[in-house]
Design a protein around this ligand. Structure first.
Ligand SMILES: C[S@@+](CC[C@H](N)C(=O)[O-])C[C@H]1O[C@@H](n2cnc3c(N)ncnc32)[C@H](O)[C@@H]1O
Length: 218
């Protein structure tokens, strides 16, 4: 059985398959719906909101994976954009995607969401798509993302949650056993962590076992 580090950091198969699937409009849509009852268009609507960020905004994309959130960037985005992930495989894919999309101005860093290498209040916007259910210590990750956001800064993201239905919980348990998912959380637990991190929920969109959310740092 693989550990989380093996799955995302060392073994290429799961990371590559996931990343291929999530970037393919048909595969991504069918898989999200079939596995999680999730209408993935809601995720892409959230990602598109990146275009509203003012030039010069300091943006942290964690975990960047293969660069899913880059889809929301325009060519001359003018953002101070840092993409962080602990997986070298994913960072490589993200860098290739940046080139493919003809983007520049993205800084890549290998690191752990549980110990972000940034000062308190140093980010205007933090994006965390499909990461919380994979993190080894999701409560700590939420605390860290809250810490690096400035007052009025925004955390936007998506995650799979427990207690959304027996079928989903069984799948989560299986993914956890395989080392693809971390301990995860229920929706209520996640909302509690946001509150403890000083983040006020501004929008929540629930679809199947997925939550797409936006929260503001108080
Ligand atoms: C399901 S992928 C999501 C990636 C991307 N945001 C997306 O939506 O496609 C989960 C990612 O979390 C990363 N990850 C897991 N634990 C991490 C940690 N402690 N710190 C940083 N990244 C982590 C993995 O390397 C992987 O790229």
């Amino acid at each position: 059985m693989s550990s989380l580090e093996d799955t995302w950091g060392r073994e290429r198969l799961v990371a590559t398959l996931y990343d291929f699937g999530v970037h393919n409009p048909v595969v991504g849509r069918v898989a999200a719906l079939g596995l999680w009852g999730f209408d993935i268009r809601r995720l892409f609507s959230s990602i598109e909101r990146l275009r509203d960020a003012a030039p010069g905004s300091r943006v942290l994309d964690v975990p960047c994976g293969g660069g899913l959130a880059f889809g929301g960037l325009q060519a001359n985005h003018g953002l101070d954009y840092t993409a962080l992930d602990f997986s070298p495989v994913m960072l490589q894919r993200a860098s290739a995607r940046m080139e493919k999309l003809g983007l520049d101005g993205i800084r890549f860093r290998q690191g752990d969401v549980g110990a972000l290498p940034f000062d308190d209040g140093s980010m205007d916007l933090c994006l965390t798509y499909n990461g919380v259910h994979c993190f080894p210590d999701p409560a700590r990750a939420v605390r860290e993302m809250g810490r690096v956001l400035r007052r009025g800064g925004v955390l936007r993201g998506s995650l799979v949650v427990r207690d959304a239905g027996l079928r989903y919980d069984m799948l989560i348990a299986l993914f956890r056993q395989r080392g693809w998912f971390g301990p995860g959380c229920s929706r209520d637990q996640f909302m509690g962590w946001l509150g403890s991190a000083g983040l006020m929920v501004r929008a929540v969109d629930v679809s199947g076992a997925f939550v797409v959310f936006e929260a503001v740092k108080r």
